[in-house]
Design a protein around this ligand. Structure first.
Ligand SMILES: Cc1cc2nc3c(=O)[nH]c(=O)nc-3n(C[C@H](O)[C@H](O)[C@H](O)COP(=O)(O)O)c2cc1C
Length: 315
């Protein structure tokens, strides 16, 4: 059998393989250029960028939990302008494919971000629009209000020609409805999903572990939850779905492809195992061959529950 084709398509975007890094867990990306073959990844998703630089939330803003992480970073970042001038050229010079993750406090800020990116005509693959950050005041509003979400996506669509990947929240809403609203607004893909709201307590000191009290849960704990949502969203919309949540080994990544994700993003696992994406990539051809698939595309969606996607889970 020939070498399996690892490429995947997400709307108009074709990637050489389906392994991406998740926003906020890979620095800005350029810090790792000397240590890892970053250009081999399908793409790198930037840290969340806002119009102006942000300091983020007071520390402590990260805590370890039994099966993952709790973070309340609060979108600390250098701002879009600095990223476009200082970081993006370094990544592009090395042939790294880049997706820009952006977040606004208001519709106007989201639109300004879209216009700024458009005006710079940077070499990026897509804009990942974060409507799902649990760590800043109002960060979830856009994802949780379906009417607002559809309007926001439509407004961004009118302002940029870049593909729009909308990163959804799994908190408080049916993610299928959210995905439909994004699709209605003109999204090119949905990213399922951001972190789940959570908290942790230091019992001896009778204090919350995070300064802000609550944060977003990521890591292995959320994998089954997000796998369910990815399966459901794939059945609910016609646009491509990108999966992110709790990938920690080869199997947890491939599970997402089997239920229909066209690509996966690896997040918290990078903090403990930065080589994980490259190991998954190295093993993928053998797995495909052993399972009788000639390509990643034919593997994608080959495991689906035979029932309407709108059915609620049985408890
Ligand atoms: C420290 C940290 C910072 C994050 N920052 C962002 C961010 O700026 N924008 C965003 O859309 N998601 C952000 N996320 C969410 C991740 O991109 C990802 O959706 C989430 O962690 C679930 O994936 P995982 O379980 O593989 O970590 C962050 C997550 C962590 C742990």
């Amino acid at each position: 059998m020939n070498t399996p084709d690892l490429s995947t398509t997400i709307g108009q975007v074709t990637l050489p393989n389906p392994l991406l890094t998740a926003s906020g867990t890979f620095g800005y990306g350029h810090e790792l250029l000397e240590s890892f073959p970053v250009q081999r990844l399908g793409a790198v998703v930037s840290k969340g960028l806002t119009l102006r630089p942000r300091e983020g939330n007071p520390r402590p803003r990260i805590a370890e939990t039994r099966c993952g992480l709790l973070n309340s970073i609060g979108l600390e970042n250098m701002g879009l302008e600095a990223y476009l001038h200082r970081v993006l050229p370094l990544l592009r010079e090395r042939g790294v494919r880049v997706v820009l993750n952006v977040e606004g406090r208001s519709e106007e800020e989201f639109y300004a971000l879209a216009e700024k990116v458009e005006a710079h005509q940077p070499e990026i693959l897509a804009l990942e629009v974060n409507v799902s950050c649990p760590n800043v005041e109002g960060g979830l509003w856009f994802g949780q209000d379906l009417g607002l979400l559809e309007r926001l996506v439509r407004g961004m669509r009118a302002r940029t020609r870049f593909p729009l990947w909308i990163k959804l929240t799994p908190s408080g809403v049916d993610v299928r409805e959210e995905a439909r609203a994004a699709e209605q607004g003109g999204a090119d893909a949905v990213v399922v999903a951001n972190t789940y709201p959570g908290m942790a307590v230091d019992v001896a000191r009778r204090r919350f572990l995070l300064h802000r009290g609550m944060g977003g849960v990521s890591g292995p704990a959320i994998h089954p939850l997000t796998l369910y949502w990815v399966h459901e969203v794939v059945g609910a919309v016609g646009i491509p779905v990108i999966a992110v949540g709790g990938i920690h080994d080869f199997d947890s990544a491939v599970a997402y492809l089997l239920v229909g994700a066209r690509a996966v993003q690896i997040g918290s696992a990078l903090f403990v195992d930065p080589e994980l994406p490259y190991r998954i990539l190295a093993r993928l051809p053998d797995y495909l061959r052993d399972q009788g698939f000639s390509s990643v595309s034919s593997l994608i969606g080959s495991l689906r529950l035979d029932r309407p996607a709108t059915q609620r889970p049985q408890t």
